[in-house]
Design a protein around this ligand. Structure first.
Ligand code: FAD
Length: 395
């Protein structure tokens, strides 16, 4: 259980939590967890077999509406679900992008046929996605993208390059932003395709990110994508992308939050007994001050997450709210990593695999914070969104 007191006292939520734990105990037992942890760090968090088990038993899409085959769970239940998954170190990487980003955008913009085909496959754990937005000249200014798709009969022919694609070397499909009109204003000439990464003409070059996982440059050389796999109208992709980005920010905020809770638990457990120079660390007023503030901040991150999940569940698109949640949780992770290293001193720099690490994972927590502060749009861009879309300040 978490060190933080839980306010999910709703018996329905607690009953659901027990159900999730029981499923995990059976399908993700200690032995499998140990085997997974023994893998190289870059491969952890990704397990096709586990994703298939989750799909088989209906655990992908717990928050999706029932009409799409989901469980229609409440925001509190969804938060309990991701908390339990995080506590068990369950590897959700193979399906999380499809489940939390692609599926949300498909529900809003997909045709009935696309919903039937793709939502079903994602829910069963059969289609694994990565995201293809960023390019050498298009990051924060995403509408600057140049990868182009030209119509040829019932296919698009795609040429160009994408960058920083998380999981690009592992996924089967990419949610791909392309330019379909060279003449239109930049936001008006973009479309979204769901393309197979196994197609002829796709070259994937992974490289190692600071936090120990790979992301990829992906090259498209005359890659053919069926027109039926375009989501939303041709040249109307900008709206699809902004809605998908909102879903991504909710997901990033959520995954930060659960990681933070877990790390906080480990840190506070250590502080209960640790001594420096014969004195308990827990008695140090500075340590208490920092820990108390972190506990309060985690509760705030959690509230943002519950609100955002609720909005998604209601079919609303939380643009401003998702930006607030993401910027807060992303920066909180960096803050927590720094505080942990301050408290732990040199030992905090030891990785989780080191037997003498006082609390493993803290240096990794700090390195990983970059993901929350840059991926899905940087903190500066989130603040711009908050000012413009939330507070109606001029551009
Ligand atoms: C860990 C990680 C995973 C990622 N995964 C993916 C992925 O799966 N798929 C994908 O497509 N992309 C991915 N990205 C790319 C990410 O979305 C971009 O890096 C991000 O949007 C920033 O773009 P950029 O790197 O081109 O920086 P730039 O846009 O060049 O920005 C450089 C700096 O300038 C600031 N800046 C730029 N414009 C403004 C402005 N208008 N106002 C204020 N400040 C500004 C930025 O905040 C930043 O600090 C990932 C990135 C990281 C770090």
């Amino acid at each position: 259980m978490s060190t933080l007191p839980s306010f999910n006292v709703d018996p329905k939520v607690e009953a659901f939590r027990k159900e999730v734990r029981a499923w995990l105990a059976k399908n993700w037992p200690e032995k499998k967890r140990r085997e997974h942890k023994a893998k190289p760090f870059k491969d952890r968090g990704y397990d096709r077999e586990f994703t298939r088990l989750m799909g088989r038993d209906g655990w992908i899409g717990v928050g999706w509406p029932k009409e799409y085959g989901g469980q229609g769970r409440s925001p509190s239940e969804q938060c309990a679900f991701i908390e339990e998954m995080a506590r068990a170190d369950a590897p959700l990487g193979a399906h999380s992008t499809g489940e939390s980003i692609v599926a949300q955008a498909l529900m809003l913009h997909g045709t009935p046929e696309q919903k039937e085909e793709w939502l079903t496959a994602i829910r069963k754990g059969d289609k694994h996605f990565s995201l293809g937005y960023s390019e050498p000249e298009a990051g924060s200014d995403l509408a600057n993208l140049r990868t182009r798709a030209v119509l040829d009969g019932d296919h698009y022919v795609v040429n160009g390059q994408k960058l920083w694609s998380t999981g690009g070397d592992k996924a089967d499909y990419v949610w791909l932003a392309v330019r379909t009109n060279q003449e239109a204003k930049k936001h008006a000439g973009i479309s979204v395709l769901m393309a197979s990464l196994r197609s002829p003409g796709v070259t994937i070059r992974p490289s190692m990110a600071l936090y120990g996982k790979t992301f990829s440059a992906v090259f498209y050389d005359n890659v053919r994508v069926p027109v039926k796999d375009r989501v939303g109208p041709e040249n109307g992709g900008w709206k699809v992308i902004t809605d998908a980005l909102a879903a991504e920010r909710v997901m990033i905020g959520g995954s930060r939050m659960t990681g933070l809770e877990r790390a906080f638990d480990k840190l506070t457990s250590y502080l209960r007994t640790a001594k420096v120079n014969g004195r308990y660390l827990r008695d140090d007023p500075l340590v208490r001050d920092k820990i108390g503030q972190l506990a309060a901040d985690i509760e705030v991150a959690r509230q943002f997450q519950i609100r955002n999940t609720q909005m998604v569940e209601q079919g609303r698109v939380p643009i401003y709210e998702a930006a607030v949640g993401k910027v807060f949780a992303g920066e909180l992770q960096e803050r927590m990593g720094q505080i942990a290293l301050d408290i732990l001193g040199a030992g905090g720099l030891l990785g989780e695999d080191s037997a003498s690490a006082p609390v493993g994972e803290m240096e990794q927590l700090l390195r990983h914070s970059i993901m929350g502060m840059i991926g899905g749009g940087t903190s500066e861009i989130q603040r711009n969104l908050i000012a413009i879309r939330g507070l109606n300040l001029p551009r």
